[in-house]
Design a protein around this ligand. Structure first.
Ligand code: ADP
Length: 660
């Protein structure tokens, strides 16, 4: 028996030695324990040195190990396999993986338990290092997230703080520009305005950049007409190209899909950034913008090519990094923040595409980007006439025959009956003669005409009693506020800037006829606009005195009367006192802010509770629009407020009054 056991043990020893494990053998009846030489060596003892195993278990592990063994020999657990720390002779702990099996007699009493020890200290150390690293990473990630969050909150606040005074600056320059100024003053004013606009665009860039970085940029999805989109986008920067004598073209490829679905505003932002750069870095030649289907998967490829200074190979990767420009001297020469391309590339990748550049220094560059779009439907045409135009009679007065033909074509195209005259005298004669027959519903006249210009012609028309209300729309090739204002005083519905765009023309024509056929009523209203009846009475709730002034002046100029409230509470009180057509409501105000005021108004009784409310806000972070709508407001204007945008917004929400 002894012999057999010894032989068995020898075999075990051999097997264990082979995989470098130590062996232990516990006689459960006598309580004797045998430890192999390797077992002892593992914790720094010689083969003949006695070792008190139990005393060497790490205090934190001891109970767990005892319980585990007890449970196993009591057959409450299927196996004994534990990792724990054992104190070596030198006092250091080693990590041990212990495994063992037991033998029981028929009555279930344990007789013997035999097992192995493997040294797993190195593995444990590696695991621990990994755990610490993961923890550190998680902490760093948390810190970074917190920092990003506070950064974007900081940016939102900063943007608000900077936008508010900028609103004053840009708004005031616009208003000052309409007053009489010497050429030198006008030039100074222009500089202030351009600087203000530049500052605004930097703020917008920084905000965009942080929004994309913090993952808060949300894409919209709408159907749009890609052909018109391209035409419109290019027309926005056409003036700056022409001012430098650069040809700017955007030929439409017949293969380019017409109606697509995507975030038109973001695509435009990228396209305008590239086109703007192309114009900026080109002094002669041309800039060409193209859109093509990019092979598979409803991908579009946009290309902006220029014949400008080009970009050296070494800089072609770098320029897409934030705040980087090809070399710092270009900054001084051309200005810019070096953020444009970084934002553009981020936007493009959000839209499922890529961006790149090919370039030959001195010859030019071609920037390209791809984006994924869905096939779209024809969007509901907003510029189609809201007023039935077919069959209406229009008189066109223009000395330029090409222009006359163009107008005739456009107006015929929508079913109007067109008569043309080549100068003011002929036009007036036709108009007077027409009275005997059907008469005209509308006059479309050019401002620049020899002998009798558009203003003179309008005066002559208005001089006739029967034409006092005849709808008139004027066309002009120069943006001249003075003439436009004079025309407006004479009751010209709109002065359109050439080159004419179909949508703008139709909107003006139908708007003019709509307004002309339903005369506005001025009954019982405060009227600051002299002889002109007010287009509507507005309540302006805004705490900042500069903005009160800017916005007020804009309202007055656009033909509206208004009252000012300095916070939400005052606004509600004003609403209780009087009747308004619309409430312009600043979101950030002391005492009662815009959101609270909007909610308070909706809970009031009476028809006023449904009056249109347009939010004014300097906070352009995503979600602001939703916050406004949630609070019961109808629309939203971002500061700085521009007269054109404010005007459009008011036209949208203030109903044209019908005679009782
Ligand atoms: P910004 O134009 O505001 O400086 P961008 O990120 O738009 O910033 O451009 C970064 C740099 O890339 C520019 O400063 C310029 O050096 C270079 N670059 C961009 N577009 C062109 C181009 N069409 N031709 C030559 N260089 C360009």
């Amino acid at each position: 028996m002894e012999d057999r056991l010894r032989r068995q043990e020898d075999r075990w020893q051999l097997a264990m030695a082979a995989n470098n494990d130590g062996l232990w053998d516990w006689d459960c009846v006598t309580g004797e324990v045998f430890h192999s030489a390797r077992w002892k060596e593992m914790i720094g003892f010689g083969p003949d040195e006695p070792v008190d195993w139990e005393a060497r278990i790490h205090p934190e592990d001891a109970e767990r190990i005892h319980t585990s063994i007890q449970r196993y020999i009591a057959r409450q657990s299927p196996q004994y396999r534990e990792e724990y720390r054992l104190r070596a002779k030198d006092g250091e702990y080693r990590w041990i993986l212990a495994r063992g099996i037991a033998q029981w007699d028929e009555s279930g009493k344990p007789l013997r338990m035999v097992g192995s020890h493997s040294d797993i200290t190195l593995r444990k150390q590696a695991e621990e290092a990994l755990r610490l690293q993961t923890e550190a990473l998680a902490r760093a990630k948390e810190a970074a997230e917190a920092a990003a969050l506070s950064k974007s909150t900081f940016l939102a606040t900063m943007s608000h703080e900077i936008r508010t005074p900028l609103n004053g600056i840009i708004g005031m320059t616009g208003i000052l520009g309409d007053t009489e100024l010497s050429p030198e003053q006008a030039d100074f004013l222009q500089t202030i305005r351009t600087s203000g606009e530049a500052l605004l665009s930097i703020i917008n860039d920084i905000l965009d950049f942080s929004r994309v970085e913090s993952g808060r940029m949300e894409l919209e999805s709408e159907d749009f007409d890609l052909w018109a989109f391209l035409e419109e986008s290019v027309s926005l920067v056409a003036a700056s190209a022409h001012a430098k004598g650069i040809e700017l073209t955007a030929p439409i490829d017949p293969e380019t899909p017409r109606f697509v679905r995507g975030d038109a505003a973001r695509i435009r932002q990228v396209l305008l950034n590239l086109t703007g750069n192309a114009i900026k870095f080109t002094s002669k030649g041309e800039v060409v913008v193209r859109v093509l289907p990019a092979g598979t998967d409803s991908m579009l490829r946009f290309e902006v090519s220029d014949t400008g200074i080009g970009i050296p190979e070494s800089a072609r990767v770098r320029i897409f990094e934030p705040f980087t420009q090809e070399d710092s001297s270009t900054t001084r020469r051309f200005g810019g923040t070096g953020l444009g391309l970084a934002i553009s590339r981020q936007l493009v990748s959000l839209m499922g595409g890529e961006m790149g550049v090919e370039s030959m220094p001195g010859r030019g560059s071609r920037f390209w980007f791809t984006i994924r779009v869905e096939t779209g439907h024809k969007p509901a045409e907003q510029t189609e006439p809201a007023f039935e135009l077919a069959g209406r009679r229009v008189l066109v007065v223009d000395d330029n025959s090409t222009n006359r033909k163009l107008l005739e074509q456009l107006l015929h195209g929508i079913g109007m009956e067109v008569t043309s005259a080549e100068d003011g005298i002929a036009g007036l004669r036709i108009l007077l003669e027409s009275v005997k027959q059907q008469g005209f519903d509308l006059v479309l006249l050019d401002f620049q005409m020899p002998l009798m210009d558009g203003i003179m012609l309008t005066k002559s028309i208005r001089a006739q009693q029967q034409f006092a209300k005849l709808p008139i729309v004027m066309l002009s090739s120069i943006a001249d506020h003075e003439h436009a204002a004079e025309a407006a005083d004479l009751g010209v519905y709109a002065t359109l800037l050439k080159p004419l765009r179909r949508g703008a023309l139709l909107a003006a024509v139908s708007g003019a006829m709509c307004a002309g056929s339903r005369p506005r009523e001025a009954g019982g209203e405060k009227n600051t606009a002299g002889a002109q009846p007010s287009r509507g009475h507005i309540l302006l709730a805004e705490d900042n005195p500069v903005n009160q002034k800017v916005c007020g002046l804009m309202l007055g100029k656009a033909g509206y009367t208004f009252e000012v409230a300095a916070n939400g509470r005052e606004a509600i009180q004003a609403l209780d006192r009087g009747r308004f057509d619309l409430l312009l409501l600043d979101c950030q105000m002391p005492e009662m802010d815009g959101f609270a005021a909007a909610r308070a108004n909706r809970t009031r009784s009476g028809p006023d509770a449904r009056m249109p409310i347009v939010a004014l806000t300097a906070n352009v972070m995503s979600g602001e629009r939703e916050r406004c709508l949630d609070a019961g407001m109808d629309d939203y204007l971002a500061k700085p407020i521009r007269p054109e945008v404010l005007g459009k917004m008011l036209e949208k929400w203030v109903p044209i009054k019908t005679a009782p």
